[in-house]
Design a protein around this ligand. Structure first.
Ligand SMILES: Nc1ncnc2c1ncn2[C@@H]1O[C@H](COP(=O)(O)OP(=O)(O)OP(=O)(O)O)[C@@H](O)[C@H]1O
Length: 319
């Protein structure tokens, strides 16, 4: 079943300058997100990721085209769509600093029309789940960035939305919080939620997403499983090994598809193998040489991203 369907969706913004062309945030995109999956949305600054999340969550109207969330149109039926969607924005946006964590969530619960008694129970559960129970009654302005991110998540889930939009949720989180966050996303999938995750973090997308859409300048460049994307775009497979005899290195480098051999220190090397299924020959040479400590990882999304989006990925701001 498709949870989110987007067709020819276009959103433009006025630049505010008389006679200037409109700024195109979404340039007629198509996207399907399967129910119960985690779908990554990757793209450089200004690609249109947040705009898409805002259209899906009824915050912005599209200029043309259509989006459907579980069969309902956020533009035509915002009241019907709001209970279906939870939006979690990164950073400080939308939290009330003078209110406590509990009050922030209760306020949100009231906006969704959740009864007081039910809201109290769910709020306590969420504060506990996100490790905020000990800080539940502290004003949020005293929270660290990571704590605020966790509060955002708790708040976004208060109405138990089947579709959860996470807009760069790990920005500013320390590695421990980011890891805990990944567990939360995995749990959301297990519980049957559909998740749209926008991120700049390739490792995060690779670890969490069933499918990934690359978006740039309001246009979808590709949608696929992270590994498939790597193969399509000729990404690299990585083989890591420990204690590889010096004499074997030239033999490895001479193999078809072996692009580079990198010393990682501590007796470990990483071999970059270009193209699908070329690593079998590398593994066989290593095993023949008596190397036993081996691991392979799929073509990296990071290489794909850099290859497809290239330097534009570092362009900041408006165009
Ligand atoms: N309210 C607005 N008024 C004018 N232009 C806007 C507005 N919101 C977004 N834009 C423009 O639309 C384009 C897409 O912005 P959007 O925030 O969707 O990108 P993004 O992919 O989420 O970027 P980032 O990774 O930096 O968060 C940008 O060119 C941006 O300047």
């Amino acid at each position: 079943m498709t949870a989110v369907q987007v067709r020819a969706l276009r959103r433009t913004f006025s630049t505010g300058k008389a006679g200037a062309a409109e700024r195109v945030a979404l340039d007629g995109i198509d996207l399907d997100i399967e129910a119960g999956t985690v779908h990554g949305l990757l793209g450089p600054n200004g690609a249109g990721k947040t705009t898409l999340c805002k259209v899906l969550s009824t915050v912005l109207l599209p200029t043309s085209g259509q989006a459907l969330v579980l069969g309902r149109d956020p533009a035509a039926d915002p009241r019907g769509v709001r209970p279906l969607v939870g939006i979690v924005l990164g950073g400080d946006r939308g939290l009330y600093g003078r209110l406590t964590a509990r009050q922030n969530i209760r306020y949100w619960a009231a906006l969704y029309g959740i009864r007081r008694a039910e809201a109290a129970v769910r709020t306590a559960e969420l504060l506990d789940r996100f490790g905020l129970a000990d800080h539940a009654d502290e004003p949020v302005e005293r929270f660290s960035r990571g704590m605020k991110q966790r509060l955002h998540l708790a708040r976004g889930l208060i109405h138990r939305p089947p579709v959860v939009l996470l807009d760069e949720p790990t920005t500013g989180m320390d590695p421990v919080s980011a890891r805990a966050f990944r567990d939360v996303v995995a749990d959301l999938r297990t519980e049957g939620h559909t998740v749209l995750l926008t991120t700049h973090d390739m490792a995060e997308a690779e670890a969490l997403c069933d499918r990934v859409t690359l978006i740039d300048r309001g246009t979808v460049l590709a949608t696929a499983h992270p590994r498939e994307l790597g193969e399509w775009f000729g990404g690299y497979e990585r083989v890591e090994a420990r204690d590889v005899p010096e004499a074997v290195r030239p033999e490895l480098l001479a193999l078809d598809g072996v692009a580079a051999l990198e010393d990682l220190g501590d007796g470990r090397i990483r071999i970059q193998v270009r193209g699908a299924d070329r690593s079998a020959a590398v593994l066989s040479v290593l095993l023949d040489a008596g190397v036993r400590e081996l691991s392979t990882s799929p073509p990296g999304l990071e290489e794909v991203y850099l290859q497809v989006i290239g330097d534009r990925g570092f362009r900041v701001g408006a165009r």
